[in-house]
Design a protein. Structure first.
Length: 251
């Protein structure tokens, strides 16, 4: 004869199995996001999830790396790039909707406050290690290289450059004191305002950092609808205020 305890266990297991078979997974979005947006995207996603009850999973990396992943079949639903070049490449490959600009980035040069640098020229001349994101992968790195060349600094500082995979890695180098200077996004100020000196980098019109977004095509109508909802959300006043808070320009 079975004991009451054993029967209770059987009933419990049966209930769990039944519940699993009859429960549907939550709809979710997979968002590929440029490294410069790592702070802003957390706030944006939190509000979006609370408002629409749609889970979001973010993958943060250099725009070029994420683009390569997408072109090779990575299952993302939204791509927030640090420029328009990479979203346009994805659109041209027939994988997404037409790109739109969601923000304009600001490039800054960051120096350890203890060094006492007074200007960009002073900092570039009197320091030995300058972190910069790979211009072939990261739009902020490309903008930094263009600035150095346009202003005539590149030849004298090329040997000082410490190449990083992304803006995120530039920020790590700065925080760990592995470098003296770093070209990064102005969002860096939000986390580290007291420890560093900041110099705004003036970019020419053809070197502006226009950050682009695309919706990647999905076979799931639900996912496609949710992705469109997120893209619309990115254009709201709520998100624009978040972007302004993190030192982006908005359209």
């Amino acid at each position: 004869m079975f004991s009451r305890t054993f029967i209770g266990i059987i009933i419990s297991i049966g209930t769990i199995v039944f519940a699993c078979k009859n429960s549907s997974p939550k709809s979710s979005l997979k968002i590929a996001c440029a490294a410069n947006m790592h702070l802003a995207i957390d706030s944006i996603v939190e509000i979006f999830e609370n408002k629409y009850k749609i889970d979001c999973e973010t993958s943060i990396n250099a725009s070029g790396i994420l683009t390569t992943q997408i072109l090779n079949g990575a299952p993302f639903n939204i791509f927030l790039s640090a420029d328009m070049k990479y979203p346009n490449a994805i659109y041209d490959a027939g994988l997404s909707t037409k790109p739109v600009i969601y923000a304009k980035g600001k490039l800054i040069l960051v120096a350890d406050k203890k060094l006492g640098m007074t200007s960009i020229a002073d900092a570039l001349k009197n320091t030995k290690r300058i972190a910069i994101a790979d211009e072939n992968l990261a739009p902020y790195g490309k903008a930094a290289v263009n600035f150095l060349k346009e202003e005539g600094y590149y030849a004298t500082v090329e040997h000082k450059l410490v190449m990083a995979e992304s803006i995120g890695q530039v920020n790590q180098f700065l925080k760990s004191k592995a470098v003296d200077l770093g070209f990064t996004s102005a969002t860096f100020r939000q986390e580290n305002s007291q420890a560093f000196d900041y110099f705004d980098v003036a970019l020419l019109d053809d070197n502006q950092i226009e950050q682009g977004m695309v919706i990647l095509h999905s076979e799931s109508p639900t996912i496609q609808t949710n992705a469109e909802l997120f893209a619309d959300f990115m254009q709201t006043t709520t998100v624009k205020n978040i972007l302004l808070h993190f030192n982006y320009d908005i359209n």
